[in-house]
Design a protein around this ligand. Structure first.
Ligand code: NHW
Length: 408
């Protein structure tokens, strides 16, 4: 975070004032809020912005306004540390991500130039119900915080964060979850990104993947080659009629972890079936395994391109999303091994499908049961970490996956 000493709380001038856990504090002995919630003290209007700028609520039912958010993010959103790649969230992705069931228009916050009405900053929230250990929390999930490059370093980010907090509080939502690549006070969990090349040559040519000193281009291409067809018996695309079964399986599977969203059947339809395929472009792919009329497993991945900065090129990345398998509930003495074998088979098929749909790389984090297959499926550790944060909630650090000692 800007090269400051990450453990020095005094250097976090803004975060110091917020209800978040601080570096140097002991792990809490019990879970709970950090600040009292009082609706009567929530301001009914936003704080004044610097001269020349005004607040706006971006209307994402209007394609033109979705386009404006797209333009802002595609030029100014997250880049890697060497400024070679920038996330390129598509307009369809924004429709999907920001209009999830129960979405609240007022939580799509923009800052515009008063004179020209140009959109120069954005932050968003969507409502989610989270389970953090044994507590169920009504949260907002904050994402897409972005400030135009010309307005950086002017302390506008704290103003945006306070404004979205106010708008969440107005709905009696007092907690939030968010992730970031930067270190802020104080992560409740940290995952590492892993990448599995699907088109190694393209990744090499765009500068995404290096050629290891001990290898050759031809060897790399061979290493990542995949068969043309999947091999899991009963694997097929998920359909709307599978929603109840997938919901049931995922709910049981997620009970094994300390931090998980609580989905309704409607959420499943939205997140896994592309919101009913109503967008221009396909964002999410979900496959189920059906055996004798029963859904035993499923996996999903979504599409998020990155643009190669300074070139007219993009890297098409598939991101592993939710999955679950009945094998996780096996009572056999070999249960762990069975799960490992099953997940490897499923993920191998996920890679084959992603390759078939022309993705260049398949990304996954060290969460859920991912460490059981990352190595075997030839994923390599990336440079980036993803830190998870909770606003106004104390809980002790959550380790990744159920199999910590095996975390890579
Ligand atoms: S993380 C992606 C964030 N976006 C980007 O990286 C895009 C490119 N960068 C930018 O647009 C996913 C700017 O650099 C941003 C900062 C806007 C990042 N989260 O205005 P100043 C999300 O969207 C702190 C939180 O001068 P700037 C999650 C920084 O530590 N804080 O900086 C978003 C410093 O505070 P400090 C961040 O470079 C979660 C202050 O901002 C941050 O012009 C938001 C400096 O401000 C980050 N990613 O603009 C929190 N990056 O204390 C939600 C920097 O150190 C909380 N900072 O002095 C919950 C609210 C809802 C609660 C509801 C109950």
């Amino acid at each position: 975070a800007g090269g400051k000493n990450q453990k020095d709380m005094a250097s976090y001038k803004f975060w110091n004032t917020q209800p978040v856990p601080k570096f140097g504090e002991d792990e809490p002995l019990s879970d709970g809020p950090l600040r009292e919630n009082d609706l009567s003290r929530v301001k009914t209007v936003g704080a004044e912005l610097i001269e020349g700028f005004e607040w706006d609520t971006v209307d994402l039912t209007d394609d033109q306004q979705v386009r404006e958010v797209y333009e802002l993010l595609s030029n100014h959103y997250v880049e890697d540390s060497e400024a070679m790649f920038r996330f390129n969230y598509s307009a369809s992705f924004l429709h999907w991500a920001l209009k999830a069931p129960g979405w609240i228009k007022n939580w799509h916050v923009g800052v515009r130039v008063t004179g020209t009405k140009k959109l120069v900053a954005f932050i968003s929230g969507i409502p989610v119900t989270l389970r953090v250990r044994e507590n169920s929390l009504r949260c907002s999930e904050i994402n897409f915080l972005c400030i135009h490059k010309k307005l950086r370093g002017k302390r506008l980010a704290p103003v945006l964060i306070k404004e979205v907090t106010r708008r969440c509080n107005l709905e009696s939502v007092w907690n939030a979850i968010y992730t970031a690549g930067v270190v802020l006070p104080k992560p409740i969990s940290t995952c590492r990104y892993f990448h599995r090349s699907l088109d190694w040559l393209k990744l090499y040519e765009t500068g995404f993947s290096p050629l290891p000193a001990t290898s050759t281009k031809a060897k790399q291409v061979t290493k990542y080659a995949l068969p043309a067809n999947t091999s899991t018996k009963g694997l097929r695309e998920m359909e709307a009629k599978d929603s109840d079964a997938v919901h049931d399986l995922l709910t049981r599977y997620m009970e094994r972890f300390d931090l998980a969203p609580k989905f309704t059947v409607e959420d499943i339809g939205h997140w896994l079936l592309n919101g009913g395929s109503k967008y221009e472009e396909r964002i999410v792919w979900t496959y189920v395994v059906e055996e004798e009329g029963k859904i035993t497993d499923f996996f999903s991945f979504y599409s998020l391109e990155s643009s190669v900065i300074g070139k007219e090129e993009t890297i098409r990345a598939a991101y592993l999303f939710y999955y679950a398998s009945e094998t996780a509930f096996s009572k056999s003495p070999d249960a762990k091994k069975e799960l490992k074998v099953r997940l490897n088979a499923l993920m191998h098929d996920a890679l084959i499908l992603a390759k078939k749909f022309n993705f260049d790389v398949f990304n996954a984090l060290t969460l859920l049961d991912n460490t059981l297959f990352l190595e075997e499926q030839k994923f390599g550790a990336g440079d980036g970490s993803l830190h998870y944060y909770l606003f106004n909630w104390r809980t002790s650090f959550i380790n990744g996956g159920i199999d910590d000692e095996k975390n890579i």
